[in-house]
Design a protein around this ligand. Structure first.
Ligand code: AMP
Length: 219
């Protein structure tokens, strides 16, 4: 299955995709993680894209499309993948259509109040990228990753003023994708109105939808 996770920043795309990858046995591909990796390595490209990422605005399409196209060529993507954070513009969705045929788009619907609370309490592992939340998904030991012992940090773009900018960018540039994929019959909505719903409950709902879609595909 080739799946796209759509939704505003902080909707849970990465949290759910990192669990779905284990259940489905296909890779979780986060363009945000790829961007942060380039910045960390301080490559020429990393230096160029840092200014966009720090401000919460989108990296230019041609850069991100090239990065993603390279990643999808890898052997582990041959049976499918879960995209998290791509596409984010209509132009990116059109480019993706030329690279791979998408089977399903999961659209996470989450109210702004939940997003802002969630992102301001989010922590990331600097070593393995695992996602925590001080309200809903606390690490066992403060500031330390349960999975790999790495140090947890707050993303630069998870500060309130940048969160507001990212939400604006989402509404303007990414939200039109809901209509784009609805028209193609690929979109399924998953709503989350309660900050305290555990990720496992949401993942179960998504797995059900994936199963239904697989049945439709094979019938
Ligand atoms: P994320 O972790 O998905 O919130 O992404 C973090 C940042 O990386 C975004 O605010 C953008 O600056 C950049 N980024 C990630 N994915 C994309 C994309 N598909 N198009 C443009 N910029 C992206």
């Amino acid at each position: 299955m080739r799946i796209v996770m759509l939704g505003p920043p902080g909707a849970g795309k990465g949290t759910y995709a990192s669990r779905l990858t284990k259940i489905l046995g296909i890779p979780h591909i986060s363009t945000g993680d790829m961007v942060r990796e380039e910045i960390k390595k301080q490559t020429d490209l990393g230096k160029r894209i840092k200014e966009y990422s720090d401000r919460g605005i989108l990296v230019p399409d041609e850069i991100i499309i090239k990065l993603l196209a390279e990643r999808l060529k890898k052997q582990d993507c041959k049976d499918g993948f879960i995209l998290d954070g791509f596409p984010r513009t209509i132009n990116q969705a059109e480019a993706l259509e030329k690279i791979a045929k998408i089977d399903l788009v999961i659209n996470l619907e989450v109210p702004d109040e939940i997003i802002i609370t969630r992102l301001s309490n989010r922590l990331i592992c600097g070593k393995c990228g695992a996602i925590y939340n001080l309200l809903t998904l606390k690490p066992k030991k403060e500031g330390i990753c349960d999975k790999c012992g790495g140090k947890l940090y707050q993303r630069k773009d998870d500060r309130p003023e940048v969160i507001r900018e990212r939400l604006k960018v989402y509404r303007k540039q990414t939200e039109p994708l809901i209509e784009y994929y609805t028209k193609r019959g690929l979109l399924r909505n998953v709503r989350c109105d309660d900050l305290m719903i555990p990720p496992e409950v949401m993942v179960k709902k998504i797995v059900e939808i994936i199963k239904q879609q697989k049945e439709i595909k094979s019938s």
